[in-house]
Ligand binder design. Structure first.
Ligand code: URA
Length: 250
């Protein structure tokens, strides 16, 4: 298992540290276990106020997963329905502890109906595996359920139109931790305009349920900025610590 995780760290181009051996020892160097180097987590920040939308106001409060997915499939609340091939609801374990929230479907996701299946998705899979997680054991979704044409940023009215779906997904899942990947997810969930560089890696809590939340860079950003993979690995370690703490607390 550990060997596999180290392989994924290498795939992420993250250097596994080698411990120097005491004087004179010539044995092959030991590789430090990544999870033994988890940095201490700073106190969790004050809860982010919940956004001004209520699930019940949109009539979704009683929906189960299937009904919610059906509602999304038929959604025409914004113009994105005109250009989509299909909606992209979310994928994974409906009882998962980890919830990964990205931005919006791209071309591949629009074609296949599943989030994070393109090149950024492959890197997300590697990020998950570096934490010892598989795609099917977490729950992955996006702020927006339909592809913005040309992969442009979602417009505020599009994020607002989709918001109740996301809220109901969070309510149904009750994740132990939300990992918000990238600027669009971070800004929407935190109602903030701070750069991801400033928001990332800071343990936060989200909404009335005070769900632990961590922001990190989007894997698509990492594809263009591989030098920041080390920062993402730091964030993922912080997320693992937050999860451990949340699991101990409950
Ligand atoms: N980028 C995202 O944010 N989500 C996807 O599903 C694919 C790419």
């Amino acid at each position: 298992m550990e060997a596999r995780r180290l392989a994924y760290l290498q795939a992420l181009d993250i250097q596994a540290w080698e411990l120097r051996q005491p004087d004179g020892l010539t044995e092959q160097s030991a590789v430090e276990q990544p999870h033994t180097r988890i940095p201490p987590v700073e106190p969790i920040e004050a809860a982010v106020p919940p956004l001004d939308f209520s699930v019940d106001a949109d009539g979704l409060g009683q929906y189960d997963w299937k009904q919610l997915q059906g509602a999304v499939r038929q959604c025409m609340a914004c113009d994105l329905h005109k250009s989509r091939q299909q909606t992209v609801f979310g994928v994974g374990d409906e009882h998962a502890e980890w919830m990964i929230i990205g931005e919006a479907p791209g071309a591949q996701e629009d074609k296949l109906g599943e989030p994070f299946v393109g090149p950024a998705g492959k890197l997300l899979d590697q990020m998950l595996r570096a934490m010892g997680l598989e795609r099917q054991t977490v729950y992955i979704t996006n702020i927006i359920k339909c592809r913005p044409p040309g992969n442009r940023d979602p417009r505020p009215q599009e994020s607002a139109a989709c918001h109740a779906y996301l809220l109901r997904q969070i309510e149904l899942l009750k994740p132990k931790l939300i990992l918000a990947v990238g600027r669009v997810a971070a800004h929407h969930l935190l109602d903030s305009n701070e750069t991801v560089g400033r928001l990332r890696g800071r343990p936060m809590r989200w909404g009335e349920a005070s769900i632990p939340l961590l922001v990190t860079y989007h894997p698509a950003y990492l594809l263009h900025n591989p030098a920041d993979k080390g920062k993402v690995w730091q964030d993922l370690q912080t997320a693992m610590t937050m999860m451990q703490e949340n699991t101990q607390d409950n």
